[in-house]
Design a protein. Sequence first.
Lengths: 334, 283
Amino acid sequence: MTTSENSSILLDIKDLSVQFNTDSGVVHAVNHLNLTLHKGKALGFVGETGAGKTTTALSILQLIQTPPGQITSGEIIFENQDIRKMTEAEKRHIRGNRISMIFQDPMTSLNPIMTIEDQIVEMISLHSDLKGPDAQKRALEMLALVGIRPERSKDFPHQFSGGMRQRVGIAIALACKPSLLIADEPTTALDVTIQAQVMELIKKLQSVVNTSFLLITHDLGIVAEICDDVAIMYAGRIVEYSDIRQLYDHPMHPYTQGLFDAVPRLDSPLGGKLSVIQGLPPDPIDLPKGCAFSPRCPNAKEICFEKECGMREHEPGHFVNCYFPLGSKEGGNP
Amino acid sequence: MAKSNSMLRYTLIRLKRNYLAILGFVVLLVLISCAVFANQLAPYDYAEQDYMMIRKPPSATHLLGTDEFGRDVLSRLIFGAKISLQVGLIAVSISLLIGGTIGAIAGYFGGRMDNILMRIMDIQLAIPTILLAIVISSALGPGLFNLMVAVGITSIPRFARLMRSSVLSIKGQEFIEAARAMGASHLRIILMYILPNCAAPLIVQSTLSVAAAILYTATLSFLGLGIQPPFPEWGGMLSSARPYIRNSGYLSIFPGLAIMITIVALNCIGDGLRDALDPKQKR
């Protein structure tokens, strides 16, 4: 995945592998993952539970618990610097300041004994020279930006609803105007109407603060609304990467196709069965030898069980990790 | 310092609504002023003996009576407040500081560090507390400071274990990971995020430990390893009153009452503080 316009690349992950040493064996959570994120773009990171999405996000921030976790290979180039080679102090400077994160569960991701204003001030004072009233003023601005009235700034997290807490989380994450915002399933813990509000807010603020955005989700609908590019992840690998139009128009990896088929349609006949991808995701301790999806793939041929294909560009900007991508002339399905 | 102000202010507001805690604070204040102004407050000197007034029950001249050497019990109680409070508070501070630090490090960093530190604590727990206190204070020699150190050291493992378990339960929560993602350092996370969140059990344990420390002091004094006579100490007074419990019960009742009132007051304060420090208790 090389791109000509190198200057516009914000984050370039090369050959990243992460494993966890557990009592039952070595869990290969992320395997030789390559990913590029351009400045100002929003990338959707889709995959089922356990595919390694969160692990990848935490690797970017270098927050993998070691032990048991361990990054075994790869480079994470962020703004032309390899994060893995940085000192602990440099990493702390990056976290929150250049790359910040919105967490999945707003109920637990805020400190229960600090007022929300103090929590934003904490983020600001960690990474800037603003002190006392200046930092406080900035915190109130951030709260206003996410639509929380200033008189509530002295309240504690438990006095807010889930949706408002997630707004506070967003305010904290954006307080230092990071160049990369990672959101790890930011709306999973919220109900559908609040989901829409929160996603809209993130989208709006992404352009206000002018940050790149990495959205981790299993919801293909949200990705379609918000993102510019999509990466589909399966068993610790990217299986398909493309801009949103191409991917939603004609998915090329059988797994992606399976995901789309599994989305219930409003116009499908009542009583019909939902279509599913047969089988289960592979055990990350004991991954299949060839393509990780081969045991479940309807189009798998002999070579799929022998050796993984690797990412190939089948159309400009459309990368697929499959020998027989759907709809291509090289073989596979018509 | 707008930050600490707001937290402190909320805590004080909540504390003010808790009458028991206020009462506890008042009692503690009275005890502390007794200790500080003992020379002015006490009607007699703590060592002043009057052989005409041996083991006399409470009367107008000796409000709480006199002991077996004719010394005024009230004066001895007032002077004793100094020692008892000092030992209780400083001994607990020693164990809270050392035990808390060990527990926090063990819990936060885990792994080998946790194993080594907690096994050392286990070894200490295996030694009977009183025996350990006796060994330490006889090794250090009698004296007020050594007594506090001895009593302090004996309750280190309890604080370490409590701290470690609280830290472990807080550490797994998402807001700690969020703090790391904000770029906070380990020290900052321990001090600003983990410690305040596990303050509640520690405060309760501390107030209870003050009581235990006063009693340990009494035990050691009884064995001659603590405060040396004639200097008064509540536990020591209690144990020296033991032979006279049948005829002069008041001799053991008043020091016992003093210890009880102190402990109840401290427990009220502890309870109040725990509630006040928890923002969810806001009413």
